[in-house]
Design a protein around this ligand. Structure first.
Ligand SMILES: NCc1[nH]cc(CCC(=O)O)c1CC(=O)O
Length: 371
């Protein structure tokens, strides 16, 4: 039977991973509302189009993030789209005035993973890499944490979608011994067999990015209909955990380039579970172990680290608390931010922002000399 209601238009970026993510949201909506029809609308962003300008240059200034989502957000505002599927980790903590985060879905494995060059043994880990090995990553968070724990490793920029990055690692003349990626993307693309090590506080010492592994849906603030629909595809565990992480990030005023690592898990009640629903933990093979638990009986455990870019200074803090709402989760995040700042994160972040200003000033001078 054909639906009399208009189709729901789902906006996404064009990459294979983005489209897989959009299809999973479509499937979740379809199973909650089988009578509605759904279109997936892949949109090429300015950031996807421009592969020449160095990323750091492209992403400077106030509207850094809109580079990736500006076109999509304009289409959402105009009504061409009804929702946009994002990786939560790529979403700024502040959104345009008339748009809002409509829903956060169940989190995939939030961890980072180590992927090894085919020239090295598959079972290689961070601690068994050749001492002067070069790691390909453009993430300051990943490089800073690794510099701190493995001072002999070297780092080189590596950008592009996940397929491009793997191809650059595998190339005959590749400068990289290994790369670090998010498990979530690798798993969604079905490339599990390339993972040599799952990184965490217990293995390799790496904490992940705020929001990593979770999908988020952006909608118009006044769109009550879509808001109502999304209430059926939201994950309370992930939403509370990620709300704490994002409130922490917001309070530290960190952009994606600031080295803040987090690890959240739900504890107590019954068993241990990471920030996903149903409660789950990840075994050594990266497979989820599931069990039923009452969220309000559990504590949200939050582990955090802020590292200087050179890896020489670091501030760590961890705590656990029952959080019975998103608001309580956000309070936890802000409280942890305050403690981190007092423990020395303020000095680390100050230094980074001064260096950034200095860098921008130098670029501006160079640019005016050139004209
Ligand atoms: N930095 C880009 C990015 N943004 C989201 C993901 C996929 C993981 C996720 O959904 O959080 C990735 C790739 C990566 O970091 O390896």
């Amino acid at each position: 039977m054909a639906s009399s209601q208009p189709p729901i238009n789902i906006g996404t970026r064009r990459s294979t991973l983005a489209q897989i993510q959009a299809r999973s949201v479509q499937a979740a909506l379809k199973s909650a509302y089988p009578d509605r029809t759904y279109n997936i609308c892949p949109v090429l962003s300015q950031g996807d189009r421009d592969k020449v300008t160095p990323l750091q240059q492209l992403s400077q200034g106030e509207n850094a993030k809109s580079l990736w989502t500006g076109e999509l957000e304009a289409m959402l505002e105009s009504g061409e789209l009804d929702l946009i599927v994002h990786c939560l980790k790529d979403m700024p903590t502040q959104l345009p005035e008339n748009l809002t985060l409509g829903s956060i879905l169940e989190r995939e494995d939030p961890r980072d993973v180590l992927i090894i060059s085919p020239r090295l043994p598959k079972e290689t880990t961070l601690s068994t890499l050749p001492p002067d090995a070069t790691i390909g990553t453009s993430s300051i968070r990943r490089a800073a944490q690794l510099r701190r724990l493995y001072p002999s490793l070297k780092f080189a920029d590596l950008r592009g979608n996940l397929g491009t990055r793997l191809a650059k690692l595998d190339a005959e003349d590749s400068p990289f011994a290994a790369i670090i990626l998010a498990a979530a993307g690798i798993k969604r693309l079905g490339w599990h067999d390339r993972i040599s090590q799952y990184l965490s506080s217990d293995s390799g010492g790496m904490l992940y990015a705020v929001g990593q592994g979770a999908l988020a849906i952006e909608i118009r603030k006044d769109d009550e209909k879509v808001k109502e629909m999304l209430s059926k595809v939201r994950c309370e565990r992930t939403t509370r955990a990620c709300s704490a992480e994002r409130a922490l990030l917001r309070a530290l005023e960190g952009g994606c380039s600031v080295p803040i690592g987090v690890e959240t898990s739900w504890r107590g009640g019954r068993g241990v579970a990471t920030g996903a629903e149903p409660a789950r933990d990840y075994g050594k093979d990266g497979k989820a172990i599931e069990e039923e638990v009452d969220l309000n009986e559990q504590e949200l455990f939050l582990k955090t680290v802020v590292v200087s870019v050179d890896g020489k200074e670091a501030v760590e803090y961890e705590t656990a608390r029952k959080v019975k709402s998103v608001e309580e989760a956000e309070t936890l995040g802000r409280d942890v931010a305050k403690i981190l700042l007092e423990k020395g994160a303020a000095a680390i972040l100050d230094k980074i922002s001064k260096e950034k200003q200095w860098d921008a000033k130098k670029k501006l001078e160079e640019a005016s000399l050139a004209t």
